[in-house]
Design a binder for this molecule. Structure first.
Ligand SMILES: *Cc1c(COP(=O)(O)O)cnc(C)c1O
Length: 418
């Protein structure tokens, strides 16, 4: 070699390292999935390369088109939510964007609930608008308003149950029926329900395997929250039960070059087996804290769908609490701090919390708090909300008693009773 090509550098053993005769362990029949990483996937022959089909996941062709690790995660997420097909994307927001870009084109309109996750509104206003795609907001608590707003060019309706921050729980089955009547696609941001509080493809609980007579078309999920559970992964999924719709989403996904990292997929796979236990624990703690807030004079209004009097409580009961007392809710709730307290006082209360950290997102082990300015987030102040300053809490996995003590000390210090 050296003699025939004297100008080529020789690096001892490097070829031997790359062409190491590696064979995966035989009969290593452990339940924990491997982490498979690749851009290139080899084809034994050109003929094989031309034959292999990635669109139906019957083969592997390129890392971006899926690996054993991502296919497995997609399949498990389908079981969780009752779907048949799934695409993974690098964040929850990317899942919302993928849905929009896959199904909307110039001249179309998308309807968004007025209490939607804020960045979904920003996506419509800041990006879709430039493609000639218009958007309007509907009142999530008024199915008639949704029907009124559906026009000939309405192509997609977003649903969220409950709405981000103000936590109103809509009549989800009725909203889906209204979309069906008009032949408009409906996509649910299912991050709150997480596949556990209700089944997005079986809203009347009359089906098997999560699929019933009334279903959303698309379920988008920020896996960043409960499926990850660690506050350490950003990922999203888009789940469907219609092969043609899935293919449309999948082709858009491929053209955009979206993919997720194998280690992140593995982290979510690692967390999924405990999701139901964690969800129930977050739920229990959130209800304990919400119940405590109800006894506090500083609390003008409690927004937690499982509580009597909260906006949309009856809809939560109908969808999530079919056997009364067994219904689940995420570990999220908001409190309207009475209007007699200034924004500064409420900010000082949040700053004064020790266990609750100030930060976005939820679903991890640490409890979080964020004060929100509702007036800046809505077209109009929602009639069902009392005046005041809204604070949203997401419960982590700390002891509920420690969290109540933390709330108590910060309330005492910063929100005095006159
Ligand atoms: C967090 C969240 C998202 C976005 O998820 P990211 O992974 O943070 O982009 C979307 N919808 C809802 C309801 C969320 O709470």
């Amino acid at each position: 070699m050296q003699k025939d090509h004297p100008n080529l550098p020789t690096v001892p053993n490097v070829t031997g390292l790359i062409h190491h005769p590696y064979t995966p362990p035989a009969e290593f029949d452990a339940p924990q999935p491997g982490v498979f990483k690749a851009s290139t996937v080899y084809f034994p022959t050109v003929a094989d390369m031309r034959q292999r089909e990635w669109k139906d996941k019957s083969a592997y062709t390129y890392g971006l088109h899926g690996t054993p690790t991502t296919y497995l995660l997609e399949e498990r997420l389908c079981s969780l939510e009752g779907g048949l097909q799934c695409m993974l994307v690098p964040s929850g927001l990317a899942a919302l964007a993928l849905v929009a870009l896959a199904v909307l084109k110039t001249g179309d309109e998308v309807l968004i609930p007025d209490n939607a996750y804020g960045p979904n509104k920003a996506l419509a206003d800041g990006e879709l608008r430039h493609f000639g795609i218009t958007h309007r907001f509907y009142d999530p608590m008024d199915p008639q308003d949704l029907s009124r707003q559906i026009k000939d060019r309405t192509r997609l309706v977003w649903l969220e149950a409950p709405g981000s921050v103000s936590m109103e729980f809509p009549d989800l089955p009725e909203m889906v029926r209204r979309c069906r009547e008009r032949g408009v696609l409906c996509a649910l941001d299912n991050t709150w329900g997480s596949g556990l509080a209700f089944k997005p493809f079986d809203l009347l609980a009359d089906g098997a395997d999560g699929a019933g007579s009334l279903a959303v078309d698309i379920s988008a999920h920020a896996l960043t929250k409960y499926p990850s559970g660690g506050g350490d992964v950003l990922m999203g999924s888009v789940i469907t039960r219609d092969a043609a719709l899935h293919l449309q989403i999948k082709l858009c996904h491929m053209r955009l070059g979206l993919g997720v990292a194998a280690n992140d997929a593995e982290t979510v796979l690692r967390s999924l087996p405990s999701i139901a236990l964690r969800y129930a624990a977050h739920d229990q703690t959130a209800r304990a804290l919400a119940a405590w807030w109800q006894t506090q004079p500083q609390c003008a209004q409690l927004m937690h769908p499982a509580f009597e009097g909260a906006p949309g409580h009856a809809h939560w009961q109908a969808l999530c609490d079919r056997v009364p007392g067994t219904g689940l809710a995420a570990g999220l709730f908001s409190v309207m701090i009475d209007a007699r307290y200034s924004q500064d006082q409420v900010d000082a209360f949040c700053d004064g919390l020790k266990l609750f950290k100030i930060g976005y997102s939820w679903g991890g082990p640490v409890s979080l708090v964020v004060p929100y300015n509702i007036a800046s987030m809505r077209q109009t102040w929602p009639g069902h909300l009392k005046p005041g300053t809204l604070v949203r809490f997401s419960t982590g996995l700390e002891s509920a008693q420690d969290l109540v003590l933390d709330l108590h000390q910060a309330v005492q210090a910063h929100l005095p009773i006159a």
